[in-house]
Each structure stands twice: as structure tokens, then as C-alpha cells.
Design a protein around this ligand. Structure first.
Ligand SMILES: Nc1ncnc2c1ncn2[C@@H]1O[C@H](COP(=O)(O)OP(=O)(O)OP(=O)(O)O)[C@@H](O)[C@H]1O
Length: 274
């Protein structure tokens, strides 16, 4: 029986960017419940694509539909309730962690509502607990480490209870245990609540372990898209990243794992490939 698809985000022939760099004819669909990863070398256009989805950067052509409606025509408040984003650059503010996380509830405030409701605080505390930062509730955000701030930003985005969660390198400053903790949490929300996730991630092995769909960008173009084992093939990675790699299935998950090959070992690999 064919799987029933339920598209949340449909991107078609998307073009645009900066004077010296353009996204070219980007097209992909995210179905509800997808956990998709945007991968690609430095400067390939990953952040440019996310900025365009957020409306921070104008496209020159193409369409972006969210639940069938053009994103740019969506009222700001509705967009803010639907899409949440965690970027790498997190404010260095003296507001408390709770106050910061509560910003996620702003799109839900009613006119003339000056204070958050008790249910908003309960939601903020729930996601602070889940991200492991509830213990810093009343501390200034600026007193947290870079990784802890990243967790606070994640709690703020989840407090927004969006349909689409955009993550720009959510694990870049986290140690391996926090990387797994955060991605496990995102996966739980993805599986249990059907939250659709689109995440920029450099670590190909984390991308492989968590994502069901990968979008590989190269020079502003979508080079390959598909399931991890369709995208993370050594010939594709070598062409796009211009470095020698070996791929093997992860012994536990069966998903492809990418191993780097240092230059002094390349001769050995060449012989094996002969
Ligand atoms: N504000 C800007 N003005 C002009 N050019 C920019 C701007 N931001 C990015 N670019 C250029 O656009 C190209 C793509 O950048 P982008 O940040 O989208 O890449 P990326 O894939 O996210 O890279 P990285 O992995 O290094 O974060 C780069 O060549 C970059 O120099």
C-alpha cells in the first residue's frame, strides 16, 4: 500500500540570495512529521535557504507553500505560531532564563495582555525541564555557557509549540552527551507530537542517525535529496566535499556512517578500492 503523504512545506524553483551568491532552483517537500537535515559544505547556501524560509531574505523567484498557503502572504503572528527557529547566535541578555524562554509565547499574547498567563509559565517550565535547564530558571541568560544558552534557545523555540522547527546547527556548541540529549528530545517531539523538523547540521553522522530525509546543497544548488542511504554515498560525499571518505553502516542503527580518511592513509584505501 502506498504511504499517504501530508505535505507541510512545499518549496519549488526557489532562487535568490546575495550579489555574489544565489540559490538556484531549489525544490523539495517536507511532509508532516519529517525530520529533515540540510547538509553541505561551508558556503553552500544552507543558512541562505533558512533565511529565505523565515522571510529574512527576499527570494527572486519560486514559491514557498506552508500547508498550501504562500509563506510570504501569511500574517506575521500566524507565521510566528507556526514556525520556530533556533539559530547559532543567541542573545547575550541579562534577562532571566525563564523570561527568555517565555518569549516563545509572545505570538500567542492577546491584545492588551501585558503579563504571561500561568499556562504560559507552565509550558516554559515544561520545556526547560525537558532541555535540562530548569535549574537555571532565575539566572541571567548571560551567566550560562554557550552550550547551555543553546539549550535555552531550544526551550524557547519548543515553548512556541510550532508546527515547523527550523534549527541552524543546534548542536554546534554541545558536547557529545548534550548533542544526543538535544537530538533525542527533538526526535521524541517529532515522533510523539508530529513536529516537523528542518535542521542545518554539519555532522553527517548525526544527520544520518536522526534524519529521515537529507537535502545536500552544493554551490547554491540542491545536489541530491533523499533518505540518508541515498545521499550519504561515498562518491557523492567525495564529489561535493572534495575529500576522501569511506561509508559503512552503523552497526546499531544500520544507517550510513561516514569515516574521514587522512591523506597519509589514502594510498592504502586506493589499493582496497582497486
Ligand atoms: N549577508 C551576506 N551578504 C553577502 N553574501 C553573503 C551574506 N551571507 C552569506 N553570504 C554568502 O552566501 C554564500 C552562502 O552562505 P551561507 O551562509 O548560506 O552558507 P552555509 O552553507 O550556511 O555555510 P556554513 O556552513 O559556512 O555556515 C557564501 O558564499 C557567503 O559568503
Amino acid at each position: 500500500m502506498e504511504e499517504i503523504k501530508n505535505p507541510l512545506l512545499q518549496i519549488d524553483a526557489l532562487c535568490g540570495g546575495y550579489k555574489s551568491f544565489n540559490l538556484q532552483q531549489i525544490g523539495f517537500t517536507l511532509d508532516k512529521g519529517d525530520f529533515a537535515g540540510i547538509i553541505g559544505p561551508n558556503g553552500s547556501g544552507k543558512s541562505t535557504l533558512v533565511k529565505m524560509l523565515l522571510g529574512d531574505l527576499k527570494r527572486s523567484s519560486g514559491s514557498m507553500l506552508l500547508e498550501g498557503k504562500e509563506l510570504s502572504a501569511m500574517p506575521v503572528r500566524q507565521k510566528a505560531q507556526t514556525i520556530a527557529v533556533v539559530t547559532q547566535h543567541i542573545e547575550d541578555t541579562s534577562m532571566s532564563v525563564l523570561e527568555y524562554v517565555l518569549l516563545g509565547r509572545l505570538p500567542y499574547r492577546e491584545l492588551f495582555q501585558f503579563f504571561e498567563k500561568r499556562e504560559d509559565v507552565a509550558k516554559a517550565e515544561k520545556y526547560m525541564e525537558l532541555t535540562g535547564i530548569l535549574k537555571y530558571r532565575d539566572q541571567p541568560l548571560s551567566s550560562l555557557s554557550g552550550g547551555e544558552r543553546q539549550l535555552a534557545a531550544m526551550a524557547r523555540a519548543l515553548t512556541q509549540e510550532p508546527k515547523l522547527l527550523l534549527l541552524d546547527e543546534p548542536t554546534s556548541q554541545l558536547d557529545i552527551s548534550h548533542q544526543v540529549q538535544v537530538l533525542d528530545l527533538v526526535r521524541e517531539l517529532n515522533c510523539e507530537l508530529g513536529l516537523t523538523v528542518l535542521m542545518i547540521i554539519h555532522d553527517l553522522n548525526l544527520a544520518s542517525s536522526y534524519c529521515n530525509k537529507l537535502l545536500l546543497l552544493n554551490g547554491g544548488k540542491l545536489h541530491t535529496q533523499g533518505m540518508p542511504d541515498e545521499v550519504l554515498q561515498f562518491s557523492i560525499i567525495e564529489e561535493v566535499y572534495r575529500t576522501v571518505v569511506v561509508t559503512r553502516p552503523n552497526p546499531v542503527t544500520g544507517r550510513p556512517t561516514v569515516f574521514l580518511v587522512p591523506r597519509h592513509q589514502i594510498e592504502k584505501l586506493k589499493k582496497e578500492r582497486e
